[in-house]
Ligand binder design. Structure first.
Ligand code: IPE
Ligand code: IPE
Ligand code: MG
Length: 235
């Protein structure tokens, strides 16, 4: 089985998972954290080199204050608990998004775990946090302008280098759970040629074997990048 280099996931459906069980949304988020943990480990086992998890969008700031607090508390607990495990597995933590705009406790633990895992080289775990794909593109443009880069030196490559994912390959596979068929401002520039996989399963129920299914599905597809199917077959 061919293992994609970069998998990006939109972990959606925690709230509905909880509602279905008569639980609070916070319980859904808690269960979602466990699902994330298992998927990270599975990706590492399979040899996925980059895993990006949509953890908190810019738009998510418009949720109720107590839900936002729950999400950041869970993230903080998760990182403290997983620090040693990440290191052991050789997983480098990276954040896509502005850390300075996050609550203090989260900032501290993120910076700490990023420092602790900085030399890990088996897999990069990107958490898209406080993330907006459009804003990321605008920020890249601003960075180039601020550096005084002349227009002719702005290429797809120099531009991509200014994104939060600078230096990492584009996602091969974007997975969204919970049956929603949209990108929600996720990796807009980077997903230009990604394959998409949508499943009705709510995120807390997305087990490692569901991940395997998504990868198997991808293996049955032909990525053409503009060529004809025959050209790709004969290559
Ligand atoms: C995904 O689950 C987690 C975040 C967006 C932070 P949701 O909380 O969006 O769950 P639903 O979509 O309400 O079911
Ligand atoms: C996308 O899920 C963001 C994350 C998974 C963190 P949302 O549940 O916020 O997406 P929309 O608003 O329904 O599109
Ligand atoms: Mg949702």
């Amino acid at each position: 089985m061919h293992i994609p280099t970069h998998i990006a996931i939109i972990m959606d459906g925690n709230g509905r998972w909880a509602k279905q069980r008569g639980l609070q949304r916070s319980e859904g988020h808690r269960a979602g954290t466990e699902a994330a943990r298992a998927v990270v480990t599975r990706c590492r086992e399979l040899g996925v080199r980059h895993l990006t998890l949509y953890t908190f969008s810019k738009e998510n700031w418009s949720r109720p204050k107590d839900e936002i607090k729950t999400l950041f508390d869970l993230l903080t607990t998760f990182l403290k608990r997983e620090e040693a495990g990440l290191k052991e597995q050789g997983i480098r933590l990276n954040v896509l998004g502005e850390i300075d705009d996050m609550p203090l406790a989260v900032r501290q633990v993120l910076r700490h775990v990023m420092r602790q895992t900085a030399t890990c080289s088996e897999m990069t775990l990107n958490l898209a946090l406080n993330y907006s794909g459009r804003e990321e593109i605008v920020r890249a443009a601003r960075n180039l302008a601020a550096k005084g880069v002349p227009p002719e030196a702005i290429t797809e490559e120099t531009f991509a280098a200014e994104l939060w994912t600078g230096g990492q390959p584009d996602p091969d596979l974007v997975i969204r759970t919970s049956g929603e068929l949209r990108l929600s401002n996720y990796l807009l520039f980077q997903s230009a040629y990604a394959e998409f996989y949508f499943t009705d399963i709510y995120w807390p129920d997305f087990t490692p074997s569901e991940l395997d299914k998504a990868i198997e599905d991808l293996n049955g597809r032909q990525r053409r990048f503009g060529k004809t199917g025959e050209q790709v077959d004969n290559a």
